[in-house]
Design a protein around this ligand. Structure first.
Ligand code: ZN
Length: 450
């Protein structure tokens, strides 16, 4: 098994992935806070971590991918209030949308998708342990983490402790021993409609402790990879790491892997900026393949530009792969093309470099076009499967009776010189995911991106 290296935010270096003694690899990635439909930018960590899991499984690892759902959070209270609905109802509705929207990516589900609201017992126990060890203190029903009691605080985001601001605002500052301390538990406030009892009062958890508890409950501590967007490095992940370190005398994760933000126009795509495009809109328009091709075309650590032009380019690349696959035969690929398949997997082993891997895949396709003899599809399917694009190498299948009927009507319209009607029928077929191509045996229907 070739060594796999990934960039670790904490060390700032590539680190070799070291599975657990039994060969298991655990990945935890921070999932959405469910207060609205997710946008394309939110889908990036889902895609990156789902593809990473596919690659690690391909390399022979036993992988558990956990992506949580944050369903107790200030943003949910704030969104539910003006709607006049209970926050738990809004969270449940949006969690349902999140599942359906990401199902549209056709990458399968993570192995585990814990809800914060289902993890309250573990959260309260973790906070109690931090209080017991002197790393947290209760004040007026809040529980605060004593940041300066962690000598390694700041080691993940690699910034000086004096340059930090938890972003919790000025409210309650007078109750903090130190302005840097952050909330593990928040006392119940007017207008918050989910509340749980604890030894230090009724209230609800802070965001950071939710993830420490959910990750540990599903994967134990010291698991292999903690992922998420690079906007979460500070304070969210710094605080997750500190909580677990101080409660368990162990690091939460070995490698902290962060994906770059999606850029739309000049800025990152974010609800707070107001430049979001819903994931389901993109998938309804063009299906998952072009979007995944677009994601895979950028290195996960880099910012990624998203717009219609780039999506169209990605669609063209998808068609190029599908076209190339059409002429292949079942069975082994030529041995003298094997090095291109090897280059693909070597690129993924070196910091999950999907653009370099894709370049190798397209080299394979160029090489295939130079060959007159039949070329077997096995290597192409192997590469596409890791990217979640294996359907591109599947046989087109037969168009349905309705599509065949539309094709016949188009042939008749052209024969009658009614080109407007012929074009309309061509467009209708396109909308159904079929393109008319003229071949030696007359017009044929081939599968395209719907
Ligand atoms: Zn998290």
């Amino acid at each position: 098994m070739a060594p796999i290296r990934l960039h670790d935010t904490r060390s700032g270096e590539l680190r070799e992935l070291v599975p657990r003694a039994d060969g298991h690899v655990g990945i935890y990635a921070c999932g959405p806070t469910v207060y609205g439909r997710i946008h394309v930018g939110n889908a990036r960590p889902f895609v990156v971590n789902s593809l990473l899991k596919r690659f690690l499984v391909h390399e022979g690892h036993d992988v558990t991918l956990v992506i949580n759902i944050t369903d107790v959070n200030d943003k949910i209270y704030d969104a539910a209030r003006p709607l006049g609905v209970p926050s738990a109802d809004l969270a449940a509705e949006m969690a349902g949308h999140y599942i359906a929207d990401t199902d549209g990516l056709e990458l399968g589900r993570p192995d585990s998708e814990p809800l914060a609201s289902d993890t309250i017992g573990a959260i309260v126990a973790l906070i109690a342990e931090l209080i017991e060890r002197g790393h947290a203190y209760a004040v007026d029903g809040d529980v605060l983490f004593r940041v300066r009691s962690d000598p390694e605080y700041g080691s993940l985001s690699r910034r000086s402790i004096d340059d930090m601001n938890q972003g919790e605002g000025v409210e309650g500052t007078e109750r903090k021993e130190d302005p840097l301390d952050f909330a593990l538990w928040k006392a119940h406030k007017e207008g918050e409609d989910t509340v749980w009892p604890t030894p230090w009062g009724r209230g609800r958890p802070g965001w950071h402790i939710e993830c420490s508890a959910m990750a540990e409950e599903r994967l134990g501590v010291g698991f292999q990879i903690h992922g998420g967007g690079n906007d979460l490095v500070f304070p969210h992940h710094e605080n997750e790491a500190a909580q677990t370190r101080m409660a368990r005398d162990a690091e939460l994760a070995q490698i902290w892997m962060h994906n770059g933000m999606l850029q739309f126009g000049e800025e990152k795509m974010a609800k707070s900026v107001g430049n979001v495009i819903a994931l389901h809109e993109v998938l309804d328009d063009g299906g998952p393949n072009a979007l995944i091709m677009l994601f895979a075309g950028a290195h996960y650590r880099q910012p990624m530009a998203f717009d219609d032009v780039r999506l169209k380019e990605a669609r063209a690349r998808v068609e190029r792969v599908r076209d190339a696959a059409r002429g292949l035969v079942d069975g082994e690929s030529p041995a003298d093309m094997r090095h291109l398949r090897d280059t693909f997997f070597e690129a993924l082993a070196q910091d999950f470099n999907t653009p370099a891997a894709l370049a190798a895949l397209f080299d394979w396709i160029s090489e295939r076009h130079k060959r007159d003899e039949p070329v077997g599809r096995a290597d192409l399917i192997e590469m596409l499967s890791v990217l979640g694009l294996q359907s591109l190498a599947e046989h087109d299948g037969e168009a349905g009776a309705e599509e065949q009927e539309l094709l016949h009507r188009r042939v008749a319209a052209r024969a009658a010189g009614d080109y407007a009607e012929a074009d309309r029928l061509r467009d209708e077929l396109r909308g159904r995911g079929w393109e008319v191509r003229d071949g030696a045996a007359g017009p044929q229907l081939v599968r395209i991106e719907g």
